[in-house]
Design a protein around this ligand. Structure first.
Ligand code: SF4
Length: 178
């Protein structure tokens, strides 16, 4: 299956915990004022790659870089392409890496959308940490970890699905480190 992407950052420490590879999905309908990635909005721009070659690139990178903790699916809006991205995310997790996914949709919106589109549910379930919500310029805060504005949440997806209510990743981290 093909994925339309804007690009790949091989190493990042600002798009989730630890050292991560970041895949920027192409296409975003949200048009947030002050968006840092406006080139990712046009759904016809960017370039296509197939999931197999992207996975093989990730696998090679992990083999030579043992410090890589996970892969981040950013954008753009990854949930515009939930089918191929959930296939890729499943394969990546088998390598022992974790998945952080960014979305301009909230967790609640994605859950509602997953009723009509099962791939959205699959991508949610493959995700360890979801950073959700639109970027809001008037709530911008440079001191926040992994997100740009205060309304955005860093969600522990597994804990959220098992508790049936949103559990923030920071809360889990605080409990683990207490
Ligand atoms: S959701 Fe992200 S990529 Fe899309 S417009 Fe908002 S900040 Fe930009």
């Amino acid at each position: 299956m093909e994925i339309r992407i804007a690009g790949i950052t091989e190493e990042s420490i600002v798009d989730g915990p630890g050292l991560r590879m970041v895949i920027f999905a192409q296409g975003c309908p949200h048009n947030c004022e002050g968006c840092h990635n406006p080139d990712t909005h046009d759904i016809k721009a960017g370039y296509t790659v197939d999931t197999e070659s992207l996975f093989s690139h990730i696998k090679k990178t992990v083999t030579r870089n043992k410090l890589l903790r996970g892969v981040t699916l950013s954008g753009g809006e990854p949930f515009l392409q939930p089918g191929p991205l959930s296939i890729l995310a499943k394969q990546v997790k088998l390598l022992g890496l974790d998945i952080v996914t960014y979305s301009g949709f909230t967790f609640e919106q994605l859950t509602a959308m997953s009723i009509k589109n099962r791939h959205i549910g699959q991508l949610i379930r493959c995700t360890d940490i979801l950073v959700d919500g639109l970027y809001r310029e008037n709530e911008r805060d440079l001191g926040l970890a992994f997100r740009g504005s205060r309304n955005q949440r860093v969600i522990d997806v597994k804990a959220t699905l098992s508790a049936d209510k949103v559990i923030l990743w920071e809360e889990v981290a605080q409990r683990l480190w207490a």
